[in-house]
Ligand binder design. Structure first.
Ligand code: FNR
Length: 368
């Protein structure tokens, strides 16, 4: 198996990448009062210097009264925060990197572990924190209209600041995903309903508005997952047909890239279909769109064995190369390895396995 595909360039509309490796969006909580500072800019610059093809920033929240549950998560609105992001873009571009912000609204959340909670109540489709657990407000249609406008403004700002693309966070049980999921969306208006297509209306309108703001040539990625932080076993689309029905209106609305979040990239998406295609593999096959895979790339077998019930067999990068060679997906996002090692790409490229660093949660306490 060759490593060539991983290090081959990639081009889509105005986005040109030197290789297929994407830094996965990862919350770091180093932006006091929502403002990313020079340390955050330097952190992203180090990943650009380390030859990451595309950096997706940590989730950064749009302008709504309670779009975040953590005061150290960056905002994507207001002069100061946007000034901080301008600095991030400049640093990454100075190192010949490419970068897109991940635009986020958390929806209904629990309070932050620090005890912090916003002054306004959280908002979501039906005022539920988890299935059957009331919390926050059910959004009115006006709230929804304002939220769509807030994402639109953020998208226009992303383009104005010189970002190379953007991503909408539609995964992991946050606001957009709360609408997709019948566990949390029990609305009876046009934004709810028994079928996933009706519950996708918010996402479709969001994508249309973002597209209107950024024009045709600017790449829009949408991150999706079947699993939710509130329920790892949740499955929005249980068959390829259901998946195709879910994604077609999103693709029509203007999504260029589906970023398909899985916890382990080698897991087949549909066990009974006689195929080992993963989530990104099925999405590419069904939509014909560019896809990003993600999930435990480069993590060691010993690390994975630390989780209950986890296979201890190391999943080598060869498995990834095999799937890329057969064009199952186009791009590969890497999360935790890039938290501990800004030079991870160069280390694997040159076979410097001795220098690969193990991930541990302590790594989150500093910006390496
Ligand atoms: C994440 N992840 C994540 N995902 C996302 O879409 N937006 C986010 O802000 C975050 N934040 C975040 C923080 C931290 C500390 C971790 C470890 C993860 C999920 C992340 O993008 C990725 O999908 C997973 O980490 C799986 O990839 P790896 O780490 O196995 O390569």
């Amino acid at each position: 198996m060759s490593a060539n595909a991983l290090f081959s360039p990639f081009s889509l509309k105005s986005l040109q990448l030197k290789n297929r490796i994407v830094m996965a969006p990862m919350t770091r909580s180093f932006s006091p009062n929502g403002v990313p500072g020079a340390d955050v800019a330097a952190y992203y610059r180090r990943r650009a210097e380390g030859q990451v093809g595309l950096i997706l920033t940590e989730g950064t929240v749009v302008e709504r009264p309670a779009s975040s549950n953590d005061p150290n998560i960056p905002h994507f609105y207001g002069e100061q925060a946007l000034g901080g992001w301008q600095q991030v873009v400049e640093e990454v571009h100075a190192a010949d990197g490419k970068i897109g912000p991940q635009l986020w609204h958390m929806g209904v959340m629990g309070e932050h572990r620090s005890g912090w909670t916003p002054a306004q109540p959280f908002e979501g489709p039906s005022g539920l924190l988890a299935p059957g657990v009331p919390k926050g407000n059910a959004m009115t249609e006006n709230d929804i209209t304002d939220t769509i406008a807030a994402f639109g403004r953020a998208a226009a700002d992303a383009k104005r600041l010189g970002f190379d693309c953007l991503e909408l966070h539609g995964a992991h049980g946050y606001l957009i995903d709360q609408f997709f999921w019948d566990g949390l969306n029990q609305r009876t208006d046009v934004y709810g309903g028994d079928d996933l297509t009706s519950r996708s209306r918010l996402a479709v309108e969001l994508v249309q508005e973002v597209r209107r703001q950024v024009g045709e040539d600017f790449v829009i990625s949408l991150r999706l997952s079947q699993w939710k932080q509130q329920d790892y076993e949740a499955k929005l689309a249980g068959t390829p047909q259901a998946l195709a029905t879910w994604l077609a209106p999103l693709a029509d609305a203007g999504v260029d890239i589906f970023h398909c979040s899985q916890r382990r990239f080698w897991e087949p998406e549909f066990e009974h279909e006689g195929s080992d295609l993963n989530f990104a593999g099925w999405v590419k096959k069904l939509t014909g769109k560019t896809t990003i895979t993600v999930g435990s790339v480069g993590l060691s077998g010993e690390f994975l064995a630390g989780f209950a019930g986890e296979a201890s067999e190391p999943r080598s990068l060869e498995e990834l190369h095999r799937r890329l060679d057969r064009e199952e997906f186009d791009l590969v996002a890497v999360g935790r390895q890039l938290i501990v090692d800004p030079n991870w790409v160069e280390n694997i490229r040159h076979g410097r396995t001795a220098e690969l660093k193990g991930y541990s949660r302590e790594a989150l306490s500093t910006l390496v």
